[in-house]
Design a protein around this ligand. Structure first.
Ligand code: APR
Ligand code: PHB
Length: 400
């Protein structure tokens, strides 16, 4: 393909990174600090990437990685350390103190802010991030000289590399490059979505509240002491513009215990959108010289906020494997990458699936299913063993 067209042949890099979301940016920052050359190809503008609003709960492993690569400063200053969370059935509320249960905590700091901090750090490191690239394609991934081609300002470009990191999210081209004959995809979709709003109002509580009300799930979250993020479960095909702010606040109040509802400070929404809920895993997470990270390989429902954290653990495993290759000339880490990453992916997949099942109202549930769900909720409320298991998963399972 490259022989006939007028291609601009870029310098060969060690690692070509497709996608400049959190996975691609964190990997690039780690590689550049280790002296491994990389370049990022991103379809969107930086402004667009920074306008995406996503969950903001960071596990300890994610926090540690950000600190280790020199991007923890603003997070440590502005992030909110949470020692627990609140769970409700819409009437009663109880608290899970992760710190008391297992001595761990999480950091509440928006994914948008993590992304901004990584962009700033990469600018300082001089890593090339090509934005607004089109028609990105991966070639020869099962050879020693894989290539990426793309269009930029109407011109075709080609870059040969040692390895390609597919960090291009669920809809990117990387996963599609793995032949169907070797790929297995596992999927569960849920018959509802989350309608979320962001509002410049103080959060109703210091901790997050996950509420399994008989009217449907609700979540009270936050970005900082004057910015709240709230969600309610809605049917999967619901449109955000069908909901006025007043309707949203009124439904949210009905799904939280009265003593909490009374305290909610309402205000105009500055963002309102519906997110579908899905669980998805692609196996294997690598093929030849292509390695998938983050949403390119798996999707979790937002219950439990595992998306960004799983992306971070993938990046950890891939970075360690690449470092082993370049420092010790050993490719065993790369060979094991998919198995190693998938072991942790499936554990987080299980937790976010089970929390989704515990906290939502399922339209297809029988009366029996509903009773089981309530029994499970009561068990969690009463059993320290169940609470410890919850805390262990919520704050993040170990990397090894
Ligand atoms: N060419 C280049 N870049 C692409 C292409 C393409 N054809 N397709 C997608 N991309 C870019 C997207 O524009 C996006 O910026 O890849 C990036 C993927 O970023 P994310 O979707 O944020 O995925 P990831 O970096 O793995 O982050 C995982 O982010 O999506 C959330 O909930 C998810 O929190 C999780 C985390
Ligand atoms: C969020 O703040 O957006 C958030 C927090 C926790 C979740 C999901 C989303 O489980």
């Amino acid at each position: 393909m490259s022989s006939n067209k007028d291609f601009v042949r870029e310098m060969r890099v060690q690692v070509a990174i497709v996608g400049g979301g959190p996975s691609g940016l964190l990997l690039a920052q780690k590689l550049s600090r280790a002296g491994i050359e990389c370049q990022i190809l991103e379809r969107r503008s930086r402004r667009y990437v920074l306008s995406r609003i996503r969950a903001g709960v960071l596990e300890r492993g994610t926090v540690d990685q950000l600190r280790q690569v020199g991007v923890g400063g603003r997070m440590d200053f502005q992030g909110l350390e949470h020692h627990g969370c609140l769970l409700s059935d819409g009437d009663q509320i109880f608290s899970l103190n992760f710190h008391k249960l297992i001595g761990k905590s999480v950091m509440v700091y928006g994914q948008t802010e993590v992304t901004r901090d990584l962009y700033d750090a990469l600018d300082r490191s001089g890593v090339v991030i090509r934005h607004n690239v089109e028609e990105v394609s991966l070639h020869d991934i099962d050879t020693d000289a894989p290539r990426v081609t793309w269009q930029e300002n109407g011109q075709f470009h080609e870059m040969v590399c040692d390895y390609i990191a597919g960090c291009d999210g669920f809809y990117g081209p990387s996963r599609a490059t793995i032949p169907d004959s070797v790929k297995h995809e596992f999927e569960r979709s849920y018959p509802f979505g989350w309608l979320g709003i962001l509002s410049k109002t103080p959060p109703v509580e210091d901790e997050l509240i996950y509420s399994r009300s008989p009217r449907g799930f609700a979540l009270a979250s936050m970005r900082n002491p004057s910015l709240s993020r709230y969600y309610i479960q809605v049917p999967a095909d619901e449109k955000a513009d069908q909901w006025s702010d007043e309707q949203f606040w009124s439904e949210l109040r009905r799904r939280l215990p009265e003593k909490v509802s009374q305290k909610i400070v309402t205000g105009p929404s500055i963002e309102k959108s519906v997110a579908p809920l899905r669980s998805f895993v692609c196996e294997p997470m690598s093929y030849g010289r292509l390695f998938l990270c983050g949403d390119a390989a798996h999707i979790v429902p937002p219950t439990g906020a595992k998306g960004l954290n799983l992306a971070a653990s993938d990046v950890h495993y891939l970075f360690e494997a690449l470092r082993e290759y370049y420092d010790d000339q050993s490719s065993s880490g790369l060979q094991n990458y998919s198995d190693t990453a998938l072991r942790r992916v499936w554990k987080s997949m299980r937790f976010s699936w089970s929390l989704t099942h515990l906290m939502h109202i399922f339209p297809n549930h029988t009366r029996f299913d509903a009773r089981i769900q309530i029994a499970e909720f009561r068990y969690l409320r009463q059993s320290t063993a169940a609470q410890r298991a919850f805390a262990e998963n919520y704050t993040g399972l170990p990397y090894h």
